[in-house]
Design a protein around this ligand. Structure first.
Ligand code: SAH
Length: 388
């Protein structure tokens, strides 16, 4: 294996357990620059002492991601070992086989996400390293989970960072459309090949349950409803009526079908709209809701979007809070890695424009564990407030 050397003094973070090296921290020799993106290498200190084995991409800002200690063999058995550990954790957390099975760095598999929908696995590779290792990963998934079908959901824009092509296809078996899955005793539809990301947002599981618990007899608004996770949970928990919007018609179709599957379609209205426009329109009309839920896509996709993105969260908080009736509740979320929990809470507090109290500040469900040395892996920030 090729050796990549850190620049002098650049080993402290890696030694403390951080799994990434940035391009300006490594010595980029002509040899290093010529390596195929995703090549497995030994990372060494400036004086030659090996620190670990990982995947290297000379064309990427994060040029190295750690997979194991020096001497680690990264093969199918390696992946089987990591997958078994990840599976044991999820089996302890959940009774039914519906969860995020692998959550990247925190599961020792940087750049890899696997969501499980019973005997269908939905895989996302975000790095050239994991893309190169797909044959070993797929063999290990077969070994550990024996799935009927495996989909590769690699349509995400973030793949551009590693110069990877974007595609979605079945790697094993076939899928003829969305699949039924269970959450909180309800049936939903996930669409790994035709939907967004892996097909379902498991990260909001606990937040959906908490918000649903506030919805009995309430009029509820869900402004970024995707496949109906919050909206249908709210209706099933006894909401008087749920208005749900999304900009994607195919997401709305999944949500409407989920409402029907759970027998709550008469109390749900799904319509296509741009959230900011719809929130403002409802506000002008004087509409008010007992519970308003806003779970938008990431406003800050890279550090350069930080300022406008933070402003976006403040505006979202202002528009959404304006629709909450006195004594009602607001659920607001940010899934931007580059926004800290503190910064998000500050923008929300500035945007509110009314008094109230925070009932719950949370993040993703525990099948999305956080890497202790990588605060960005706690990407989801959520707040539930009661407003006066
Ligand atoms: N709350 C959902 C997940 C939301 S993901 C759940 O619990 O599963 C973000 C959603 O926002 C996606 O469905 C996407 O289609 C939608 N979206 C993106 N931009 C939007 C916009 N400007 N207005 C409304 N919806 C938007």
């Amino acid at each position: 294996m090729k050796h990549i050397h850190l620049r002098p003094g650049m080993d402290r973070r890696v030694k403390a357990g951080h799994p990434w090296v940035y391009a300006n921290e490594a010595r980029m020799s002509a040899d290093a620059k010529a390596l195929t993106p995703g090549t497995l290498v030994v990372l060494c200190r400036a004086d030659g002492k090996p620190l670990g084995v990982g995947a290297f991409n000379p064309r990427c800002l994060i040029c190295f991601r750690m997979l194991g200690p020096p001497g680690e063999t990264v093969d199918q058995a390696f992946f089987s070992g990591r997958l078994k550990r990840a599976l044991n954790l999820r089996q302890r957390l959940f009774e039914a086989p519906y969860y995020r099975l692998v959550h990247g760095e925190a599961d020792g598999l940087p750049g890899l996400v696997v969501d499980r929908f019973g005997d269908v696995l939905s895989v996302q590779t975000a790095t050239a390293g994991m893309e190169e290792l797909l044959p070993e990963i797929l063999a290990a998934l077969d070994d550990v989970c024996a799935p009927k079908a495996v989909t590769l959901c690699n349509g995400g824009a973030f793949r551009k960072l590693e110069e990877l092509e974007r595609y979605a296809r079945a790697a094993k078996g076939s899928l003829d459309g969305p699949i039924e899955m269970q959450e909180g005793g309800l049936t939903f539809l996930a669409d790994p090949l035709g939907g967004q990301k892996t097909g379902w947002f498991y990260d909001q599981r606990d937040n959906r349950a908490f918000v649903a618990g506030l919805c009995r007899d309430a009029r509820v608004l869900d402004a970024y409803c995707y496949a109906g996770g919050f909206a249908v949970s709210a209706a099933a928990a006894g909401a008087a009526h749920v208005t749900a919007v999304d900009s994607s018609q195919s997401a709305l179709d999944l949500a409407a079908k989920a409402a029907k599957l759970n027998g709550v379609e008469k109390r749900c209205l799904f319509s296509r709209a741009v959230a900011f426009v719809e929130l403002a329109r409802l506000g002008e009309k004087g509409e008010r809701f007992g519970v308003v839920c806003v779970d938008p896509p990431a406003f800050v996709k890279s550090r350069k979007d930080l300022k406008p993105g933070l402003k976006g969260y403040r505006k979202l908080a202002r528009l959404a809070a304006g629709l909450v009736e006195p004594g009602g509740f607001l659920f607001i979320a940010s899934c931007s890695h580059n926004v800290s929990a503190e910064a998000f809470a500050q923008e929300v507090s500035r945007g509110l424009g009314r008094t109230g109290r925070i009932l719950r500040a949370a993040g993703a469900a525990p099948d999305h564990p956080v890497h202790p040395q990588l605060p960005e892996s706690a990407y989801l920030k959520t707040l539930v407030l009661q407003l006066d």
